[in-house]
Write a protein that binds this ligand. Structure first.
Ligand code: SAM
Length: 355
């Protein structure tokens, strides 16, 4: 099916009275997409709301957030996870918006981690609520966290996040470290003229801490395409910048299916990761799919294609039917994004998709 034919309206709308029979994918094997990729990693956006307004993520004005009844409830989310696990998904990441704003977060983590088949569970967060939540999340079964931190300068941090307190994030990172949400990974989106000069300082954290500091090329998502237009700093340029400060970096390669190419400053305790989504995409090893807070499977971060699970769930579909829809979505996953051809996503911003 051509990608542009797939939108939420082409997916059968379920009603309890008339449910189309869609069971046509074999259920005894993990789901492979039409390119033979094993898709086993689900990134779940728990909410599109956030307590920060990072300049590369959300526009300053004009944000509209989903009305609460549109968000999947805890029970609906757990149903999707059970169905996805049956389809072969093994790893879950909670993201947002800001996932820690979800009042039922700890209970959700416990329920998801207890789902047969789910082996690993992580969360991407801005860290503001981690000081309070790290311990209960660890106890509920969360394995590890990625915390976003784009600068070590409190004033610049306020500017980038439009009001955030760096100190609060730092306390969150320390608490996550203390309770063992390891390995701690820090995400930094690098934007030219905004925080690119601070990359050596951020990288220096790995001299002191056994953390992974990851530098991400800014992507042209809806609402912030103007920031990304002139702001991309290619990973190759960052590596050259760091080598001019620290000498040759030791290449550690990439862990399988991890988009980050990993390096180490000689004798550092931690690692560096470079995520080059724009200059060197990793579509061929993509193993992921995203679930939006309003219950759509979003098939590729930088394309608009989606499959609606919420309509099916609210129409009374069974777990087996949701598993079939998940397998259907995997089968329809596009090869990769179209940035080189100038194809940009239009439907959702990063705060709806979770990175
Ligand atoms: N609120 C959480 C946080 O701050 O990490 C989770 C959601 S946030 C959308 C997930 C990740 O996406 C963060 O690491 C963020 O820096 C990254 N991100 C946001 N906008 C981006 C963009 N335009 N390009 C690349 N990464 C982006």
């Amino acid at each position: 099916m051509a990608a542009q034919n797939l939108n939420t309206t082409t997916i059968p709308l379920y009603t309890p009275e008339s449910r189309p029979a869609i069971a046509s994918y074999p259920t005894d094997e993990p789901a492979l997409d039409s390119y033979g990729r094993r898709i086993d990693y689900l990134r779940i956006s728990l909410t599109d709301r956030c307590n920060l307004r990072c300049v590369y993520c959300m526009p300053a004005v004009g944000m509209h957030f989903m009305p609460r009844p549109e968000l999947l409830t805890s029970d609906e989310l757990v149903l999707v996870v059970r169905a996805a696990a049956k389809a072969g998904f093994r790893k879950i990441r909670l993201t947002g918006g800001e996932p820690s704003l979800r009042a039922d977060l700890v209970e959700l983590v416990r329920a998801i981690k207890a789902t047969p088949g789910i082996e690993h569970m992580a969360m991407t967060t801005n860290g503001l609520r981690l000081k309070k939540l790290a311990q209960p999340l660890k106890e509920a079964g969360l394995d590890r966290v990625n915390v976003s931190i784009d600068t070590l300068d409190p004033q610049k941090f306020r500017q980038i996040t439009r009001g955030g307190r760096l100190e609060q994030v730092w306390e969150g990172i320390e608490e996550a470290d203390r309770v063992g949400l390891h390995p701690i990974k820090l995400n930094s989106v690098v934007v030219r003229g905004l925080n690119d000069a601070e990359v050596p300082q951020l990288a220096a954290l790995t001299l002191t801490y056994p953390w992974e500091m990851r530098f991400i090329e800014v992507m042209p998502l809806t609402g912030v395409a103007n920031v990304a237009q002139d702001g991309v700093v290619k990973s190759a340029e960052l590596i050259a910048q760091l080598e001019s400060v620290y000498g040759p970096l030791e290449s550690l390669g990439a862990a399988s299916s991890d988009p980050a190419r990993r390096y180490r400053i000689p004798d550092a305790k931690g690692k560096l990761g470079f995520i080059s989504s724009v200059s060197d995409p990793f579509c061929s090893t993509c193993n992921r799919m995203r679930l939006t807070a309003d219950g759509r499977l979003h098939l590729c971060l930088l394309r608009d294609d989606e499959v609606d699970l919420r309509a099916a769930i609210r129409g009374g579909a069974s777990e087996a039917e949701i598993e079939q829809l998940v397998r259907h979505a995997v089968a329809l996953k596009p090869w990769g994004h179209g940035l080189p051809e100038g194809v940009l996503p239009t439907l959702r911003g990063m705060s709806e998709l979770g990175g």
